[in-house]
Design a protein around this ligand. Structure first.
Ligand code: ADP
Length: 375
């Protein structure tokens, strides 16, 4: 079984007093799930993946694959197969040899069985015609497919992928994203995928683990992570262009920003008051696509100066100033307000996120979402 249980796992590089790379993380990854670990560079993603692979010692805690504690089990005996960012192919071996070599070395499979597995994996990855070439004669995308094929032939319980698409150009990356998803659906093999690219995480995963500074910030479906970020870090990290953030203070049902006010409904006010008091400092978050351009300037409309309109094909990105604050808005490609003019903006109360400024917690996230915060 390919479920992976991570219990209070810590990694300190350089012994006691060294660098804390992973800080008491606990996670349950289910059999057959596609889970992406995402976060900025240095947040501990690779370290966590490498501990699951057995390539890095665990300082503290327990890792189980299936029912078996693997802390002291050699990488080749853990039932995992890893795909690396740089592919790690042997340059002097053909693609076929690269894919079969590990099996020859570590299993007692017959030559026929190995050949069958290599051919099947090559067909799956669409590289049947490339098997007699050496890596130097293959494109980046083909090398990536060989590296993935080499993982497939091992028939592991778990695939571990460390930024496997980082070295590919944008178009090929999009294509390979879909291919990896298709492959995972076909094989139903548990996959733990590390990336710094939030868009990759959002498009590929059943669930996403957002990490920062060695800690898990949130675990959830792409939908939960996007629509109910547990804190300011997740809200800011996920989504492009990023969520707009405005410092506000709450008094009664009014949120006062540096150059706008916003009135909450009674119902929302009650919900907010369970978490904050009058005078508390909050951050109002609103996604660029949740802000609308309106003609009138009534209640809860915000006046903004349109600095730049950036067409990106189907959409236009608007870069505006609201007093001293910058604001990004995404509108349909046929909406073209004039640069250099003042426009009125409106956003729905249901689309607002409110974070406490002192600890960054999203006070409007559902209790069950907040409960999942492991830190
Ligand atoms: P990410 O994959 O999120 O970029 P890493 O897991 O590579 O993060 O790194 C987490 C932290 O651990 C970083 O501060 C990094 O510099 C440090 N680190 C990673 N590998 C080593 C190592 N072999 N020795 C010492 N420090 C390391």
């Amino acid at each position: 079984m390919g479920n992976v249980t991570i219990e209070d796992v810590t990694k300190i590089y350089g012994g006691e007093g060294g660098l804390l790379a992973v800080d008491e993380i606990s996670l349950e990854i289910h059999d057959g799930e596609f889970v992406t670990i995402v976060g900025p560079s240095g947040s501990g993603k690779s370290t966590l993946l490498r501990m699951i692979a057995g390539l890095e010692d665990i300082t503290d805690g327990t890792i189980r694959i299936g029912d078996r504690v693997v802390n002291n089990i050699q990488p080749q005996d853990r039932g995992v197969a890893m795909v690396f960012q740089n592919y790690a192919l042997y340059p002097h071996m053909t693609a076929r040899k690269n894919m079969s070599y590990g099996l020859k070395l570590t299993t007692d499979l017959s030559d026929d069985e190995i050949e069958k597995r290599v051919n099947d994996a090559a067909t799956m990855m669409g590289i049947e015609d490339q098997l007699d070439k050496k890596p130097g004669n293959l494109s980046g995308g083909q090398q990536q497919r060989v590296a993935t094929g080499r993982a497939i032939v091992r028939e592991p319980d778990v695939f571990l992928m460390d930024e496997p698409l980082s070295n590919l150009d944008a178009k090929l990356k999009m294509h390979m994203r879909t291919e990896i998803q298709r492959l995972q659906e076909e094989l139903q093999t548990t996959t733990i995928y590390v990336t710094h690219d939030q868009e990759e995480a959002m498009t590929m995963s059943d669930r996403i683990v957002v990490m920062n500074e060695g800690d898990v910030q949130q675990v959830g479906t792409p939908d939960e992570i996007y629509n109910e970020p547990t804190n300011l870090f997740v809200a800011d990290f996920v989504g492009s262009p990023a969520m707009n953030m405005f410092d506000v203070q709450i008094d009664g049902s009014t949120l006062t920003g540096s150059s706008f006010t916003y009135s909450l409904s009674d119902e929302r006010r009650k919900q907010v008051r369970e978490h904050v008091d009058d005078g508390d400092k909050l951050v109002l978050g609103i996604r660029p696509e949740d802000i609308k351009l309106v003609d009138s300037s009534g209640q809860n409309t915000v006046q903004a100066y349109l600095d730049i309109l950036e067409p990106v094909g189907s959409d236009n990105y608007l870069y505006l100033e609201i007093g001293d604050n910058e604001c990004r808005v995404r509108v349909a490609g046929n909406e073209k307000p004039t640069e250099g003019e003042t426009v009125s903006l409106k956003f729905d109360e249901d689309d607002i996120h409110l974070f406490r400024r002192d600890d960054g917690v999203n006070i409007l996230a559902a209790p069950e979402v907040l409960q999942k915060v492991s830190t």
